[in-house]
Design a protein around this ligand. Structure first.
Ligand SMILES: [Zn+2]
Ligand SMILES: [Zn+2]
Length: 146
């Protein structure tokens, strides 16, 4: 069993005074297996259910709200009618950007921040210190352009 990321998540839950229950462990394990993806609550539930039929949708739903509150996951909205989640990557102080294809709906990520200059400009002009941001680009992916 892969306990790499899970260990970190477990510690964080405990630190914040939450129990690391079997159900939470199962949901976190599944999330770790989906790392790099952007799963909806329903998709996650279906994956969890395959191995743990005793876990209900409401539990997955509540767990994701808790993990979001603890800043262990990011909640994403790609305007497709679903709430999606992804694990927060360790050492990620700023959110990565998402590229969303209008044709096939695929979502890819831009790892580089690229916004340092813009943030400096905002601080200078508006006196506003940017701590985080959510950037989504909509357009045509490489495949759909061909
Ligand atoms: Zn596409
Ligand atoms: Zn992402």
């Amino acid at each position: 069993m892969n306990t790499g990321d899970n260990g970190f998540l477990k510690e964080k839950l405990r630190e914040c005074g939450y129990k690391f229950t079997g159900q939470r462990a199962a949901i976190l394990d599944t999330l770790v297996q989906c790392s790099g993806q952007h799963v909806s609550t329903e998709e996650l539930f279906n994956l969890v259910k395959a191995k743990h039929p005793e876990i209900g949708l409401a539990t997955v739903y509540r767990t994701m709200i808790l993990l979001d509150k603890l800043n262990l996951v990011h909640k994403l909205d790609f305007d497709d009618g679903f709430s999606r989640y992804e694990l927060v990557k360790p050492n990620e102080d700023h959110r990565h950007h998402h590229l969303i294809c209008n044709t096939c709906g695929c979502v890819s990520e831009v790892e580089e921040d690229l916004l340092d200059n813009l943030e400096e400009e905002i601080l200078r002009k508006n006196g506003f210190l940017v701590k985080d941001h959510r950037v989504q680009f909509y357009g045509l992916c490489k495949k759909c352009r061909e």
